[in-house]
Write a protein that binds this ligand. Structure first.
Ligand code: 5GP
Ligand code: ZN
Length: 135
């Protein structure tokens, strides 16, 4: 399969690995948003959060939290984004599930922001009902 992260996992593409266990690796992002930007990647190929099984998902987030703890100590910082993109519109560029751990420092170049949209109050009820009925 033509997947960059599978190639990294196979050893076909080099990476800077900070963690490995039976199910995951964590590597430095090749185009980091900040020093220490790390990707937590399951060894098994799942395209996105909708394909990954719950046990692996849980393990991935615990690993991401542990990496975040380590990054806080390593760089003597306190602020970190943990985020994960699914689909092109959401900014996913590598279709192998991964969790970003992004250390944040003052005046860095990371922009994670949205401009709020106006939604009528009766529409909000529909939105709530719509989501609830699909759970
Ligand atoms: P996405 O945009 O899919 O959420 O994140 C993909 C991430 O993979 C990006 O932050 C990008 O910089 C990183 N990336 C792309 N190619 C490589 C690579 O060959 N090696 C590593 N370590 N990271 C990569
Ligand atoms: Zn893959």
């Amino acid at each position: 399969m033509d997947c960059i992260f599978c190639k990294i996992l196979n050893g076909d593409i080099p990476s800077n690995k900070v963690f490995e266990n039976d199910n995951f690796i964590a590597i430095l992002d090749a185009f980091p948003a900040n020093e220490g930007h790390t990707l937590v990647i399951p060894k098994k190929h799942f395209a996105n959060i909708f394909e990954i099984d719950e046990d692996t998902l849980k393990e991935g987030y615990v690993i991401a939290k542990n990496i975040a703890d380590a990054i806080k100590k390593a760089f003597n910082i306190s602020d970190i984004n943990i985020l994960q993109n699914n689909g092109e519109l959401a900014g996913q560029t590598v279709n192998h599930f991964h969790i970003h751990v992004i250390p944040r420092v003052k005046d860095d170049n990371v922009i994670i922001k949205s401009i709020p949209v106006n939604i009528d109050s009766d529409k909000i009820k529909n939105i709530v009902d719509n989501i609830k009925s699909n759970l």
